[in-house]
Structures are given as structure tokens and as C-alpha cells.
Unconditional design. Structure first.
Length: 711
């Protein structure tokens, strides 16, 4: 049976750079439970969030430490035929490239790993290991081969064969025999990666880069070939375009980066929800990382953290993502064949006993003059160093051999895409029907059981008997005063036995998550925002009743629809903290609605207001204002004050009344009240209401959905 293993998480804090000030708001500590990263709440430094991980590295840590502790122990598995994926994640300039690639003076994980693989190869001569390298980047959601000259490099298609294995067609894999050969190839490839200068990083990676080492180990005694793979992924960093100073072209890159990272977040969310449809296909990045997230790969996620205060919210988002990722379990598989090795794509895994791969790539793919197959001399003079010609990675097993019909690459792609879409739709539908049938059968069985029980009770009971007065309670809807509209079967009766109730809950949960994920995929960005707001309003209603667990669930649901809403993430972290520490939580008062004043507030002033730091709303906050407080608050009220068409969840809030009945709430100033009275105007001693659609505009800005590209 396949061994399962959770994705390992390491966190690394980089040193402060340039003029960054140290407020010691991010620390790496060790307690009896292990390593913990502690982060001060940016809006209330007295509140500390703790994130436990497998390993944490502070700003003084060395490249060697992280390699020796976390990476090297995984390399044995590659030689045992497994797939290992290591990826660096974090906001722009947090040190991902430094960790993965490093510098000449401080080489990072990639050079150290390759060196170690060669050392093992030498030490394992009897088993005749061979190494191949491929290197690609995903730039604006297109895959490019970094091993070939970029001038006329085509976009490479991502395909899936009939075994569900994802691969990049026509990607070159170059056999390497020595470290020098690798260095030569890698140096050339690195220069081809898309890099540009931004406000935060002089050499900011504008693409996700994936270096794959394929290790084939032939065991002459057993006549088996083990196919290990190591994927080293340097992700591009998430960026807040308000701060990066990006021009139009950088913005386009940035939106592609943010979108793919947002899909990565959705994939992790869906895996955690146990959804039966995981949105891997929504970006090339997640398609290619499929094996590492919920697949058959051993995974290590390195969270890179920039310690300066200006990155504090990004740090919390990164760590929050990491906490969710560590719950993902992969089913490890040894990739082996009982025949001489053939080329295999990165990110694919051959299941033991799986049918043999399809026919070898067609001649036209290998010799296509347009496919930029490097000659032995490619790679910055690598040919001169005796590097063998590369192989083309990719399986054409989906393509039936055709006699007498010539199809163009595009036609082949279209046919494959259609076939795959149809297959996916078919599988989804059959899964949906299966789940529906399971739920129905369970409900019918339960109804029958209750009917028999009732009949028996009627039979057995006297008119005064207690059992004759049994009532079947209908559990209240999940979110009172709004409700999600989902009264689960298992909630509807108290008379299910525990086992059946549990099974029903699992089935219902699957159905619900599956439906939600599917609905989410089909929604327009505007509808997603609306749905997100609806959940936020329900969540707020629950948090006001101190149903924090339920509020948390609803906020998390909202997050699936607006995964990039930073304020929402903050709210989730705060409530998680309150739930975990059994503390009360008091949401901030809703912001006063605004009344029209002839001219609308300019968009500029609206967006500048959203840059203003916000205050905390935790109940244990001292009432003295911090410097941030005096600038303005509103983050939380912004999250919660989304106007909804849910009459049941609409509530009236006292205008500008910041303190609650118990006086525990920090006096807060809505940010716009400080912005030269842009939003609130004094009128006869009171704050006037301003036009609502103006607020709606601000809310839309604040929801900050990553722009969705329509192709
Ligand atoms: N551990 C470290 N020690 C010393 N310098 C570091 C460390 N981590 C990062 N740096 C420096 O910080 C700067 C930003 O790092 P890097 O380019 O690796 O960030 P990144 O996360 O890859 O950014 P982007 O997403 O924009 O590509 C670089 O100048 C790098 O040399």
C-alpha cells in the first residue's frame, strides 16, 4: 500500500536589507513542541501569532544549514525512485531565489543538491545511475524551455497522458555526467530566466522556475530501473502593485504571478476541504505542481519571510498558506520499470503495475525544425564541454498513430484538449452522480429506519408513555439570521446513530465542497466577490453572537471566493487566534454609510485611503491609540461592512460609534474620517451619511481580487 506523507514546511527569515528597520516583529523561537515562528499582529503588537513548523531558520542561518537539515535527507528517496518536490514560496524579495539558487559565494539548494546527487552517483557505481536535467519557466502562464535559446523559443504545451500524468511536451532533458557539465548548462539557463527590477527587488524573478533532475538507477541484479525525480521550484513572489511601482508591463507580469499563486491557494484550500474537484487546471503552475500537492511526490515547502514591518501582512499570509499546506498528504509511489529505461516526463509518475507508456514520441516531434531542439553545442558553449545531445521529454501516448494524415501541432493540441475536457467532464459527472446516489441511499435508509422505529414505538407505547412524545428536531440552519441555505440531512435528525451520522456528514461535506468549488470555477469575478461578501456578512452576524467557530468557517468560505483579500485573511487569523486562545472577539462597528454630496470621491483618494494602516479590533487591545490608530482604522470594518442584499443579515450600526457596550473596543477612527473629511462630513454636529455606491466602489477596490484574465 502506498505510504502517505504530509508536505514538510520550513520557514526562513532573511536578514534585513538596505534601509529596512528592525522592529523585531518576526522571530524564530524554539519551545518544547519544536520550532515556532512568532509574528506580532501588525495592528496590535501585544498580540502574537505563533506558527509551528518542522524547521525554522532565522536571519543568521546559513545556506548549508537549510540544505543539510531539510534537503539532503530527502535525496535518498530520489535514488529510491521517488519524486521529491521542493518549492520556495514568499512575497517578492523575501529570499526565494537566494535560498534556491544562491550566489557564487553562498550557493543555494540547487547547486548543493546537484553536487550531492553526483556524489551519490559516484558512490553508487554498481547500480549505474544516470542524471538528466531540464529547466523551464512559467512566464505569464506560458511554459518556456530555459535550456534553449530564448529568441525563438516556442511556448510549450502542458499535456496529460491517459494515465493522468501531466507533462510538458517537447521540453528538453539533457543528460549530464559531471558537475561541470551541469554548471555550464545551468549558468546559461539562468540568464534566460525573466528577471526585472522593481521597487522591492533589483533582480525580481518575473516567472516561476522549475528545475527537474531525473535520476535513473538501473539495478543489474533485479533488472529494474528506478526513475527518481527531483523538482526544485523557485516561485515568483506575490506582489502588491500599490507598492512595487510597477509599470504596465511589470503589472501584466505581476497579475499573472498573483493569479497563479491565488490558484495555488485555491488548490490548497480545496485539498484541505476534501473537495473531489481540485482546481489544478486553472493555472499551468498548479497543473505542474499537481504531483507535489495531493499527488505522489514527497514535498518540502520553504516559506521565505521578509522581516521588515512593511511586509508584515504578507508574512502572515505566507505563514497562513504554509499552515494549510502542511495538512496536505501525498501518497508516495516508487517509479520503476522492469525494462530498460526510456525517457519520461518530469512531474509524471508511473504507478507500479500501470500499463506501459504509449509509443515513443513521433518523429515529427523530435525532428520538427520549429521545435527549438538544441544541438549538442547549445547551452553557452556547453557542447564544447562534451555534453550529450538532449532528449525530448514528453509522451505522445494520447496521440494515436496516424497513417497518411498530417496534423499540425495546433490541431493535435486542440484534439487533445477536447478529448481531455470531455474525459474530465465525464469523470466529474459520474462522481457527482455517485455522491448523490450515496447521499440519497443513506437518507432513504435512515428514513426507513426511523419509520420502523416510529411504528415500533407507536406499537409499544401507551398514551402516557414518554416515548410516544418523541419529537424529531430539525436543527437550525447553520447560519442563523441568514443561513447558508444548506440544512444537511445529518443535521435534520437527532436520531441517526453516530456511525451513520458521521458517514452522512462526510458525504454531505464532499458534496458541498465539490459543488462550491465547481460553482466557484464557473462564476464571473464579480459574482465571486458578491458571494464572498455574502459569506462575510453571515460570518459577521455569527461573530457578533460570539459563535466564533461558525464565523470562522464562514469567513473561510468567503476566502475561497476572494482569496486575495488581505483584510479577510487578517480577520481569519484574528478569529483563529481568538478561538484557539478561547478569547472573546468583538468585530469592529460597521462603517457609517455615506450620503451623496454631488461630486463623488475620486478613485485616487479612495485607493490612497486603502493604503492607510489599520487598527486592531481585538477585545484585549489597550484603549490608548497607537500611531497607526491616529492615522486611521477600518480594515476590519471594511471586511465586515460589505453591503449585501441579504435582508436577514443586514443590520443597523451606530454611526461612527466605535466602542461597544462594555467599553472593551478600541476607539477607532474610520480611515476616511481622517482623510480630510473625504468620507464623513460634519453637518450640524453629527457625521452625515454619504452615498452608498461610493462605498461600494471602495469595497470593490478593497476586495483586491487578482485580475482575472479572459482569453
Ligand atoms: N538569507 C539571505 N542572506 C543574505 N541575503 C539575502 C538572503 N535572502 C535574501 N537575500 C537578499 O535579499 C534580496 C532579495 O532576495 P531574492 O531575490 O532571493 O528574493 P525573491 O524572494 O526571490 O524575490 P522575487 O520574488 O522578487 O524574485 C537579494 O538581494 C538577496 O541577495
Amino acid at each position: 500500500m502506498a505510504r502517505t506523507q504530509q508536505v514538510k514546511i520550513a520557514a526562513r527569515i532573511r536578514p534585513l536589507i538596505g534601509t529596512e528597520a528592525d522592529d523585531e516583529g518576526v522571530r524564530c523561537v524554539r519551545d518544547e513542541g519544536g520550532h515556532v515562528i512568532c509574528v506580532n499582529n501588525p495592528r496590535d503588537p501585544s498580540q502574537v501569532f505563533r506558527f509551528p513548523f518542522t524547521s525554522c531558520y532565522d536571519k543568521d542561518s546559513t545556506q548549508d544549514e537549510i540544505f543539510a537539515n531539510d534537503v539532503e535527507p530527502m535525496l535518498d528517496s530520489v535514488y529510491e525512485g521517488m519524486t521529491v518536490t521542493i518549492f520556495a514560496y514568499g512575497v517578492t524579495s523575501s529570499g526565494k531565489t537566494h535560498t534556491m539558487q544562491g550566489t557564487k559565494a553562498e550557493p543555494g539548494i540547487i547547486p548543493r543538491t546537484v553536487q550531492s546527487l553526483f556524489n551519490r552517483k559516484r558512490a553508487d557505481l554498481p547500480r549505474n545511475a544516470s542524471l538528466e536535467v531540464s529547466y523551464m519557466e512559467i512566464y505569464k502562464d506560458e511554459v518556456y524551455d530555459l535550456m534553449v535559446n530564448r529568441d525563438n523559443a516556442p511556448k510549450l504545451p502542458v499535456r496529460e497522458n491517459e494515465h493522468g500524468q501531466v507533462f510538458v511536451a517537447n521540453l528538453t532533458a539533457i543528460p549530464v555526467d559531471t558537475l561541470e557539465e551541469f554548471d555550464s548548462l545551468y549558468t546559461g539557463a539562468m540568464k534566460r530566466r525573466s528577471v526585472a527590477s522593481t521597487n522591492f527587488n533589483r533582480a525580481s524573478s518575473r516567472s516561476h522556475a522549475i528545475l527537474t533532475m531525473i535520476v535513473k538507477v538501473q539495478d543489474p541484479t533485479s533488472n529494474r530501473t528506478l526513475m527518481g525525480k527531483l523538482n526544485l521550484v523557485d516561485l515568483a513572489g506575490s506582489e502588491n502593485n500599490k507598492h512595487t511601482g510597477n509599470d504596465a508591463s511589470r503589472m501584466a507580469e505581476s497579475s499573472a504571478i498573483n493569479k497563479s499563486l491565488s490558484v495555488l491557494g485555491q488548490v490548497v484550500h480545496a485539498l484541505n476541504q476534501g473537495a473531489s474537484r481540485i482546481p489544478y487546471r486553472n493555472s499551468k503552475l498548479t497543473r505542474l505542481l499537481q504531483d507535489a500537492l495531493g499527488g505522489s511526490s514527497i514535498g518540502l515547502l520553504i516559506c521565505n519571510i521578509a522581516p521588515a514591518a512593511k511586509f508584515r501582512q504578507d508574512t502572515l499570509n505566507t505563514l497562513n498558506f504554509a499552515v494549510r499546506t502542511k495538512n496536505i498528504e501525498n501518497k508516495l509511489v516508487v517509479n520503476e520499470r522492469a525494462e530498460p529505461p526510456r525517457r519520461q516526463a518530469p512531474f509524471t509518475s508511473l504507478q507500479p503495475g500501470a500499463p506501459k507508456p504509449g509509443p515513443a514520441p513521433r518523429q515529427s516531434l523530435i525532428h520538427n525544425p520549429n521545435s527549438r531542439v538544441p544541438r549538442p553545442s547549445i547551452g553557452n558553449g556547453a557542447g564544447g564541454s562534451g555534453i550529450r545531445p538532449p532528449s525530448i521529454i514528453g509522451s505522445s501516448s494520447l496521440i494515436p498513430p496516424k497513417v497518411g494524415i498530417t496534423l499540425t501541432e495546433q490541431e493535435i493540441d486542440e484534439r487533445i484538449a477536447k478529448a481531455v475536457e470531455a474525459e474530465v467532464a465525464r469523470r466529474l459527472e459520474s462522481e457527482r452522480l455517485k455522491l448523490q446516489a450515496e447521499a440519497q441511499a443513506a437518507a432513504e435508509a435512515e428514513a426507513e429506519r426511523i419509520r420502523i422505529q416510529e411504528a415500533k414505538m407507536v406499537e409499544d407505547s401507551s398514551p402516557t408513555s414518554d416515548s410516544a412524545n418523541v419529537q424529531y428536531d430539525i436543527a437550525p440552519s447553520c447560519a442563523e439570521g441568514g443561513g447558508t441555505g444548506f440544512d444537511s440531512i445529518s443535521q435534520r435528525s437527532d436520531h441517526f446513530d453516530d456511525e451513520l451520522r458521521q458517514r452522512l456528514q462526510v458525504v454531505e461535506h464532499k458534496l458541498e465542497s465539490n459543488n462550491e468549488m465547481r460553482i466557484l470555477q464557473e462564476m464571473s469575478p464579480v459574482s465571486r466577490k458578491k458571494q464572498g461578501r455574502a459569506y462575510v456578512a453571515l460570518a459577521r452576524a455569527q461573530s457578533e453572537k460570539n459563535n466564533l467557530q461558525l464565523a470562522l468557517e464562514l469567513y473561510r468560505k468567503a476566502e475561497a471566493y476572494v482569496p486575495d483579500n488581505i483584510k479577510l485573511k487578517e480577520r481569519i487569523i484574528e478569529i483563529e487566534w481568538a478561538v484557539k486562545n478561547n478569547k472573546p472577539f468583538q468585530p469592529s462597528p460597521k462603517r457609517a454609510k455615506k450620503k451623496q454630496h454631488g461630486s463623488k470621491k475620486s478613485k485616487k483618494s479612495s485607493s490612497s485611503s486603502s493604503k492607510v494602516p489599520s487598527t486592531s479590533n481585538a477585545t484585549n487591545i489597550p484603549t490608548a491609540s497607537t500611531s497607526q490608530d491616529t492615522i486611521g482604522g477600518g480594515t476590519n470594518s471594511n471586511v465586515d461592512s460589505l453591503d449585501l442584499n441579504f435582508s436577514s443579515s443586514k443590520r443597523s450600526f451606530s454611526q461612527g460609534g466605535p466602542a461597544d457596550d462594555n467599553g472593551t473596543m478600541t476607539p477607532r477612527k474610520h480611515k476616511r474620517s481622517k482623510l480630510s473629511d473625504v468620507g464623513h462630513r460634519q453637518n450640524g454636529g453629527g457625521i452625515e451619511e454619504v452615498e452608498e455606491d461610493d462605498e461600494e466602489m471602495e469595497v470593490l477596490e478593497e476586495l483586491q481580487m487578482a485580475p482575472v484574465k479572459h482569453r
